[in-house]
Design a protein around this ligand. Structure first.
Ligand SMILES: Cc1ncc(C[n+]2csc(CCOP(=O)(O)OP(=O)(O)O)c2C)c(N)n1
Ligand code: SF4
Ligand SMILES: [Mg+2]
Length: 313
């Protein structure tokens, strides 16, 4: 068997270069983490979500090798292209299975997935439900613009009744889904709502989601200025709307209270609707792995394999 030897790089003097401890490293700046100029339309809400993700990376000192940004397909899902670090722009609706694999195999990372309303709730609807029920540790931010932006204005699962689009020229006739209710009923253990027009609040929600041990879901209203201009004006005080936070008396562990909040007519409330502790799939799988390893202690992998083959004879 070939053996590969890894060696620490050495200075000319011969002494090894000690890697910097994380505490001594400088946080990444926007300049160091921003990739190509985003190709979104000027004024698109997605810009502010990206800027706040950069801020989060800087504030929480997430270093290059730990930044993990995964998305499906859509305008919003172009997100990983614009982050100069590890990431994947995956198949439409399949960001979550990909992100699940990364999360389960790399406990040292916090995975961020970014989706659009079509990507997450239409083609990726089942993956959304199953990732939530499995409580796989990661954060999913759905940049909800109530429309399919990339494909130029089709009705999405969150488009309101009556919305005129290329697929509903007479106005949408299907009842839209309620992302908060959908996430809670599917088993998500952190469910929050924010809007791109309130940057401090977006950052606050991202930080809380990142600190949550489980599947954390944020619906972030993000206006498509090209195909659904003004959709969220009623939630924007600068456009005469109102941005109301969830009252501090709300008990985030009370599922019924969360549904009640989610039932409010638009613009509704913003903040954490629901948050509970439940074992993650990551923790349960780690337990199984540990128990299995204890059973085979002292044996080399080839010996374990040989025993399995013997049992199969
Ligand atoms: C399997 C498959 N079906 C359909 C498409 C076409 N398609 C690309 S993006 C998209 C919808 C995007 O809408 P959304 O997720 O809301 O993202 P947005 O562009 O609004 O940010 C569709 C239908 C595709 N790329 N792949
Ligand atoms: S089409 Fe809409 S969602 Fe896509 S980049 Fe333009 S404004 Fe943003
Ligand atoms: Mg959309």
């Amino acid at each position: 068997m070939n053996t590969i030897h890894f060696q620490m790089p050495t200075r000319l003097s011969g002494s090894p270069i000690a890697p910097l401890a994380d505490a001594d490293r400088k946080p990444l700046t926007k300049k160091e983490i921003a990739a190509d100029h985003p190709t979104w339309c000027p004024g698109c809400g997605d810009f502010s979500v990206l800027a706040l993700y950069f801020k989060l990376i800087e504030r929480r000192k997430i270093f290059h090798e730990k930044v993990t940004t995964i998305a499906g397909i859509g305008c919003s899902s172009r997100f990983p292209y614009f982050v100069q670090a590890h990431g994947a722009h995956f198949i439409h609706g399949r960001a979550l299975p990909f992100a699940s694999g990364v999360s389960l195999s790399r406990p040292d990372l916090h995975v961020f997935a970014f989706s659009g309303d079509g990507d997450a709730f239409s083609i990726g609807g089942n993956h959304f439900n199953h990732t939530a029920r499995k409580n796989i540790k990661m954060t999913l931010v759905v940049m909800d613009n109530w429309v399919y932006g990339l494909t130029k204005k089709q009705t999405s699962p969150t488009s309101p009744l009556g919305f005129k689009s290329k697929t509903d020229t007479w106005g949408a006739v299907d009842q839209p889904i309620n992302p908060m209710k959908q996430a809670i009923s599917a088993g998500a253990t952190f469910v929050a709502r924010t809007t791109h027009t309130n940057p401090n609040h977006v950052l606050q929600m991202m930080e809380a989601a990142m600190d949550h041990d489980g599947f954390s879901f944020i619906e972030c209203l993000s206006e498509c200025v090209e195909f659904y201009e003004g959709a969220f004006d009623a939630s924007n005080p600068r456009k005469g709307g109102k941005f109301d936070l969830i009252p501090p008396t709300h008990d985030v562990t009370d599922e019924m209270a969360a549904y009640k909040l989610a039932d409010e007519a638009f613009p509704g409330k913003f903040g954490i609707f629901y948050q509970v502790k439940r074992p993650t799939k990551n923790a349960r799988e780690a337990q199984i792995q540990q128990a299995a390893q204890e059973k085979v202690q002292g044996q080399a992998p080839w010996q374990i394999l040989q025993k399995s083959f013997e049992r199969m004879r």
